[in-house]
Design a protein around this ligand. Sequence first.
Ligand code: 4NP
Length: 171
Amino acid sequence: MKNTTQQLLSELHGREKKRVLFVCLGNICRSPAAEGIMREIVGTEGEADKWVIDSAGIGGWHVGQQPDRRMCVHAGRRGIDLTGQRCRQVRPSDFDDFDIIIGMDSSNISDLCDLARTPDDERKIVAMGEFVSMATRYDHIPDPYYEGAEGFELVLDLLGDACRNLFDRCR
Ligand code: 4NP
């Protein structure tokens, strides 16, 4: 884990609310799943009132839509309900409203850096791959949009692992 990420996470310790935004390209597959999984973890741990969790997309193609049906099905099988979520696009004020903004792959990170208004904004951007500890050691969350069922299962495995590690590191 990068020093800067560790420092950012240390700053979250003891905050009354930890505000996390997950970002992917479309906000219909990876980031809604990350939001759902993280909500499940903080709920199970009795810390729901200590977190603000949201997700957004770099692109605006799916704004207002439910997450991808395939992701809803695969997540639903794991007890994670994504059907209440609606897609939205990243906006500049997200850098004011969240403490940490987590991109799913290097392209998301680079797009987020373009949207950052100041060095302080840019400091909040972190790669989800930094929290993955699975044996396969993925350094990003691969886009499942053009993949089959295995792609969605892999994403959910990686996100489950990464969200757990994020939670443990913020406590
Ligand atoms: P996501 O997947 O970034 O994980 O939500 C995608 C969803 C839609 C598109 C690309 C990726 N798209 O090009 O519409």
